[in-house]
Design a protein around this ligand. Structure first.
Ligand SMILES: [Zn+2]
Length: 255
């Protein structure tokens, strides 16, 4: 029996691609935990399953990233607050923020939100721009929106405000808060999350020396960013490698 047949009782919207999204999102959670990008039982990842983005999968409140399984993910509706009327409902800020984002940015199929250490450190600096000092930071040159208007937890008006800041950028660096990544696929979003955190780690480490930074010209940074964008299949190969490791080490993630 294949996984679709095994899980056909989960919900009426289920199809094979939907199950694939569940397993991929579960993989993203587990790898975020493996890489130390989680924070207790907070933070949230979602992926849109309907064309308009209003129906999406998100993690249940209280489950640690390292234990999330494909079947744990909740199918919720951005327009329907009764999505929260269940014992394992998403965190209220998660539902508000991801609902606003999926409503207002339907092109952003996968949205990952973390308080990962180095991106959050960057979000705490008065100037939260990431200068082009090495290939990973150049990847994000002119591709980061910065929220400078933090106004409390991501509920109600604050969720709506934040959801409109992303524009066509893949990264929203949330000042005084953390990081939000949006992409057209789970693999691309996770790759961006990984590399943005790496770039921030290198930048914060370089800053900690107190020595002058070797910042490239805008021209070189722009060229390198484009080379990243043109690089064939990188995010998909990266994510396929992560899935393969979990298949061997933690096969229950896709249950
Ligand atoms: Zn947060």
């Amino acid at each position: 029996m294949n996984k679709l047949a095994e899980r056909s009782d989960l919900d009426p919207h289920l199809n094979l691609s939907h199950w694939q999204q569940r397993t991929e999102l579960a993989c993203a959670f587990r790898w975020a935990a493996r890489l130390g990008m989680h924070e207790s039982i907070a933070n949230h990842f979602s992926v849109a399953v309907s064309a308009d983005g209003r129906e999406f999968l998100i993690n249940p409140y209280g489950t640690h990233f390292s234990r999330i399984k494909a079947s744990d993910l909740l199918l919720v509706n951005a327009d329907d607050p009764t999505s929260l009327d269940r014992p394992d409902a998403p965190d209220i800020t998660a539902w508000a923020l991801h609902s606003a984002l999926h409503r207002n940015q339907p092109q952003a199929r996968c949205i990952l939100h973390t308080h990962s250490k180095y991106a959050t450190a960057l979000a705490c600096l008065a100037d939260s721009r990431l200068p082009p000092i090495e290939q990973n930071s150049m990847r994000f040159f002119e591709r980061v929106a910065i929220d400078e208007g933090f106004d409390g937890m991501g509920l109600g008006d604050e969720a709506e405000r934040v959801s409109r800041l992303l524009g066509d950028k893949p990264i929203l660096l949330m000042g005084n808060h953390g990081l939000l990544v949006a992409a057209s696929s789970i693999a691309q979003a996770f790759d961006d999350l990984y590399y943005f955190e790496r770039a921030c780690e290198t930048y914060i480490t370089a800053l900690s020396t107190g020595l002058p930074l070797r910042i490239t010209s805008d021209e070189i940074a722009r060229k390198t960013a484009q080379q990243w964008l043109d690089y064939p299949g990188f995010a998909d190969k990266h994510f396929a490698a992560l899935l393969k490791i979990l298949d061997q080490d933690e096969p229950d993630y896709c249950h």
